[in-house]
Write a protein that binds this ligand. Structure first.
Ligand SMILES: Nc1ncnc2c1ncn2[C@@H]1O[C@H](COP(=O)(O)OP(=O)(O)OP(=O)(O)O)[C@@H](O)[C@H]1O
Ligand SMILES: [Mg+2]
Length: 416
């Protein structure tokens, strides 16, 4: 049997709605894609609901026209600097007299893991069980059916600010849709561009968008660290605008057409080949700038991004422990030679992650820009439709409803 699911990546620079059919084997057949410039977002967060609603509506309508499918619900990505994460352990005594571990024990263990103090203005977005410990034996991925006295679970908990989450939910609902689930954007992107082997070996996913750089570190198959940094591709463009006094469009064009994260010394300085003629802020006036200068501006920002990435590796405690290296994705990962710069500066393997293994309108998604959108579909096809249960419907929910009920949904979806 096939079912149709929808992912909406509400990004800082674009909104991308993807409609796909999922086969029983989990294959995605892309039926429609609706891409529109984003509005009403700043660094991954909704700052103007009406503008965001219009952008989401336009994107959904395009995807509907192309697919002939009427979109009613969708998986939606969440990001922004308000996101924070922590690892937490839960412990319970196994309940059955014969000591066989049941789903209920797992649910109770996960529930006890989330008994951490969350400030009132924050709410939980994900509680992801990573591994279990049975009577002190570590590294168990599925404890159900095993025997033991004591069950521990290691979880990764992601929280965000209530206001930011509510504004995103409200924008999607005002566009006439219900949300199947909110998914942290780097976790979605990871679904699209990482292999199970990457996650088992140890890998860092870095999604560089327009407004944010979204990070997730996976080790031994599980999520260990997630974070969102408020620097993205737009900063490169703004730097160029500022230093070269060009209009924004010109700066964006220069970055994409001539930009490089490594500024080579010009071979013969001042030669025409090294110069690019551009518009200035004065109408009708042109100026010539050297590509070397352009790329010095870009390299300075690129190095800062790499340093921020490195800080996150250090913060996670996994420095030197990521054999699969870094997978770069997001639109700004396409900056020429950025992968090379990251490899040089950090000395670990780096590759660009592009969504793969799609059928139907797959060609239109053949770019790192679509990692989050495709990843939302993979997340939806893997973890099922209603992790949040009925509490997620607009008429019933104020906030996120009963966390324990959500957990039970989660656990069901995360176990084989
Ligand atoms: N070839 C390219 N070289 C350099 N930068 C590029 C290239 N193509 C796109 N970009 C940049 O990628 C950014 C947009 O990426 P993406 O579509 O992933 O962002 P987003 O998802 O809308 O934003 P965010 O995830 O931050 O909310 C823009 O800053 C754009 O300039
Ligand atoms: Mg994005």
């Amino acid at each position: 049997m096939q079912r149709t699911i929808v992912g909406i990546d509400v990004g800082t620079t674009k909104v991308c709605t993807i409609v796909a059919q999922v086969s029983d084997a989990g294959k995605l057949n892309i039926l429609g894609v609706g891409l529109t410039p984003s509005k009403g977002l700043d660094k991954g967060v909704v700052v103007n609901i009406d503008d965001a609603v219009n952008a989401i509506t336009a994107s959904v309508e395009k995807a509907e026209r192309l697919s002939g499918y009427r979109v009613a619900t969708a998986f939606v990505g969440v990001s922004g600097r308000h996101i924070s994460s922590l690892n937490s352990r839960g412990v319970v005594a196994v309940q059955r007299p014969d000591r066989e571990i049941t789903r209920n024990d797992v649910a109770r263990a996960v529930e006890s893991a989330q008994a951490v103090a969350i400030p009132t203005q924050r709410e939980i977005i994900h509680v992801i069980p990573r591994a279990y410990v049975v009577d002190g034996n570590e590294g168990i991925r599925d404890p159900i059916g095993m025997s033991g006295f004591r069950l521990e679970v290691e979880t990764h908990i992601v929280t965000g600010e209530v206001m930011a989450i509510q504004n995103l939910i409200r924008s999607v609902q005002k566009a006439g849709l219900e949300i199947d689930d909110l998914v942290l954007q780097p976790l979605a992107s990871g679904e699209a561009v990482l292999t199970d082997e990457d996650k088992d070996r140890g890998v860092m996913l870095v999604d560089i968008g327009g407004g944010t750089t979204d990070i997730a570190i996976f080790v031994q198959g599980g999520v260990w660290h997630t974070s969102v940094i408020s620097v993205g591709g737009n900063h490169f463009t703004n730097d160029i605008t500022y230093v070269l006094h060009t209009p924004h469009n010109t700066a964006e064009y220069l970055k994409i057409r001539y930009g490089s994260a490594i500024a080579e010394e010009p071979s013969r300085e001042g030669e025409e080949g090294d110069l690019v003629e551009i518009d200035t802020l004065t109408v009708g006036e042109k100026q010539k700038i050297s590509r070397h200068l352009l790329n010095e501006i870009i390299q300075a920002r690129a190095e800062q991004v790499v340093e921020l990435i490195y800080n996150e590796i250090k913060r996670s405690g996994y420095e030197g422990l990521l054999p699969a290296g870094i997978v770069l994705t997001g639109g700004a990962a396409q900056l020429s030679r950025f992968d090379e710069l990251v490899r040089e500066m950090l000395g670990i393997p780096v590759r660009i992650g592009v969504p793969a293994d799609l059928s139907g309108l797959a060609d239109s998604l053949d770019s790192p820009t679509y990692a989050t959108g495709v990843g939302l579909l993979r997340w939806g096809s893997r973890h099922g439709l209603s992790m949040l249960g009925p509490t997620h419907r607009s008429e019933e929910r104020q906030g996120w409803g009963n966390v324990y009920e959500r957990f039970k949904g989660w656990i069901r979806e995360f176990l084989p």
